[in-house]
Design a binder for this molecule. Structure first.
Ligand code: AMP
Ligand code: MG
Length: 332
């Protein structure tokens, strides 16, 4: 029997520098990360990129130690090349390219949004889920149809995480704001009526953000956080439910940092129960941005078709605005 293939994956689409090492059976040998945070104020891309540059060697080393192997022992290097913020993507691409060059390993670029879906599919043993991808910059309903991952609905402006982070910033909280809002919301009692913007299969947070920023001086912040969560998450689940009905999918998968929120998880479970579908929620470390999902998706691609998966070093670059439906899903 030959040894299973091993992939080292690097994630840098946003505030997290993550390195995962995974084998082709789906065993997670390491999943280490270091995320940029602030005590107050939002994320500044140049600062987040500096953070990634500063921690990249430590995180790569820590992942190798955790997996008890060296970079020379892995079979391929994968990296998230899209979608994301250019400042940070360039650091991950450069790190991946350097390792691939020095250790003479094949290099596989991976679409980050697809990686959220693939790691959930593997960990939760799902064949054909519908993904509610609720993260900082991205908020999309994604499912597989006819050789591609399709976006069935999405935000027309802010991602739900960015929306929560902007609201937290207006409250004088630090970044990331989502977990702080979740804590405050637990002590909220009064439900306040707020704008609720669902347009067909899409949603929008811009009007809601302006509205709640104006409410800050006059409403108890716990009540405001509670009411904001109820509205925003109901919007997410309304379009998820409609997409499940339209595409005839029976498995809802959650992904993205906002999916760590216990209230969103509870609401998703209620919705699925009511329509006799199942709801699947990976561990927090695989919901947030992470290297393991990049490694796993890179492995799936490489194992299926090396020629299609590998990018020559000279052409290894980033694609900040790539959408999942641009990718030929040749590995499924
Ligand atoms: P990601 O880009 O997928 O790593 O997700 C980051 C986003 O998730 C940020 O906007 C965070 O504020 C948000 N987030 C993380 N944990 C929570 C939580 N418990 N509740 C709401 N949002 C969260
Ligand atoms: Mg993400």
């Amino acid at each position: 029997m030959t040894d299973p293939l091993i992939c080292l994956g690097i994630e840098t689409t946003a505030h997290t520098f993550g390195v995962g090492i995974v084998d082709e059976n789906g065993t997670i040998l390491a999943n280490v990360k270091d995320s940029y945070t602030t005590p107050s104020g939002g994320m500044i891309p140049t600062k987040a990129a500096e953070h990634h540059l500063e921690c990249c060697d430590t995180v790569i080393r820590a992942a190798c130690e955790k997996a008890n192997l060296k970079v020379k022992d892995v079979d391929l290097i994968a990296y998230s090349n899209a979608p994301g913020i250019g400042h940070m993507l360039r650091i991950g691409t450069f790190a991946a390219k350097t390792l691939a060059h020095l250790k003479k390993k094949p290099l596989v670029p991976v679409n980050h949004s697809i990686a959220h879906l693939e790691i959930g599919r593997k960990l939760c043993k799902l064949d054909d889920p519908l993904l509610l991808y609720a993260s900082g910059a991205n908020t999309q309903i994604i499912t597989y149809e006819n050789g591609r991952y399709r976006i069935m609905g999405e935000t027309l402006d802010n991602g739900v995480g960015n929306f929560l982070d902007s609201f937290a910033r207006a409250l004088g909280l630090g970044f990331p704001g989502g977990p702080l809002i979740e804590q405050l919301a637990r002590n909220g009692k009064q439900f306040i009526d707020l704008p609720y913007t669902v347009k067909g299969m899409d949603i929008s947070f811009g009007g809601l953000l302006t509205h709640i920023e104006r409410k800050i001086p006059s409403v108890k912040k716990e009540d405001l956080c509670f009411s904001v969560q109820e509205h925003a998450f109901a919007m997410l689940l309304e379009i998820s439910e409609r997409a499940m009905a339209q595409a005839n999918k029976q498995q809802l998968l959650l992904g993205g940092g906002v999916a760590c929120n216990k209230r969103l998880q509870a609401m998703a479970q209620i919705m699925c129960k009511e329509r006799e579908a199942t709801c699947h929620i990976p561990d927090n470390q695989f919901l947030v941005d992470n290297g393991a999902m990049i490694a796993w998706t890179g492995l799936l691609m490489y194992r299926q078709n090396k020629k299609k998966a590998i990018v020559p070093l000279k052409k290894a670059w980033i694609n900040p605005y790539e959408r999942v439906d641009q990718i030929d899903v040749f590995w499924r």
